[in-house]
Write a protein that binds this ligand. Structure first.
Ligand code: A3P
Length: 274
């Protein structure tokens, strides 16, 4: 019977708030680890067959929460790789004290908000979730967001990043130079088998263009107990700066105010000035 998650020092925990590139980091980490035994271009390779969400399950949603429908024993990778949306302080003690590797993926709050808004309105077709985009943005800036206030979520991991077992590549770092980031991720996870040639293979396999065209990601669904999500709702533009066409000057000013107030105080935080 499933009771409680027990972290292990060998585990790798991927953490992110919502819409910051979770699908991408799951695919990248899966590809890096599994490249030891798989040919990434084999049609039978799991990333060519199923969604990254099936390969790296979320702890509190797919494995242990009320919607969970997977058995933790079903995790196929070694080291075990799990994902979580919970903030650092809410991680199980067994994760925090095990010294296992944690990879956190922050993203510009402006693009994160736009990504979430577009998903709710256009992909999930939930037109009644908010009265307006302005209202949704106000509530995002006030801290109403899945898994807790976005700024607190990012800050909770960012403050821990000087620990040797915590890595925080941003979505923007990944877009700017995926190959360099894949090298950093491989070194961090101790994946000695990943050679220079593999870096661009992994980058191409996990690119937005490639992943979004996999049949399972175009047509499949992530089935939870009593809830299902279309896999294509995790893919939209895959770019940096799409907020520029989506936010008015007033909305942008409100976001800047929130970033200044809540995130600039977190030392050395990326400024997202674009
Ligand atoms: P956009 O809506 O800005 O395009 P999550 O996986 O946390 O739900 O995040 C979804 C966001 O990541 C979406 O952003 C989506 O398009 C983007 N994304 C998904 N796969 C990606 C990939 N392989 N490369 C870059 N961005 C990706």
């Amino acid at each position: 019977m499933r009771t409680e998650f027990e972290g292990h020092p060998d585990d790798i925990i991927l953490a992110s708030s919502l819409k910051t590139g979770t699908t991408w980091i799951k695919a990248l980490v899966y590809a890096i680890l599994s490249s030891k035994q798989y040919d990434l271009n084999d049609p039978a390779y799991p990333l060519n067959q199923v969604s990254p969400h099936e390969l790296v399950p979320n702890l509190e949603i797919q494995l242990y929460g009320p919607f969970s429908n997977l058995n933790p024993e079903s995790v196929s990778l070694f080291p075990r790789v799990f994902h979580t949306h919970v903030p650092y302080q809410a991680l199980p003690d067994s994760i925090k004290s095990s010294g296992c590797k944690i990879i956190y993926l922050p993203r510009n709050p402006k693009d994160t908000f736009v990504s979430m808004w577009e998903m709710i309105i256009n992909k999930l077709n939930n037109k009644n979730a908010y009265a307006s985009k302005e209202e949704a943005l106000k509530s995002f800036c006030e801290g109403v967001y899945h898994s807790g206030p976005f700024s607190d979520h990012v800050a909770s991991y960012w403050r821990e990043r000087s620990k040797p077992n915590i890595l925080c590549p941003t979505y923007e770092d990944l877009i700017a130079d995926p190959v360099v980031c894949i090298k950093v991720l491989s070194d961090f996870m101790g994946c000695w088998w990943v050679k220079q040639d593999d870096l661009s293979n992994i980058s191409n396999k996990c690119s937005f263009e490639s992943l979004s065209q996999i049949e399972a990601n175009k047509t499949g669904e992530l089935n939870l107990r009593g809830l299902s999500l279309r896999n294509d709702s995790f893919f939209r533009e895959g770019k940096v700066g799409s907020w520029k066409n989506a936010l008015t000057a007033d909305m942008n000013a409100e976001m800047d105010k929130m970033i200044e107030l809540k995130l600039s105080v977190v030392g050395d935080f990326p400024q997202f000035k674009y």
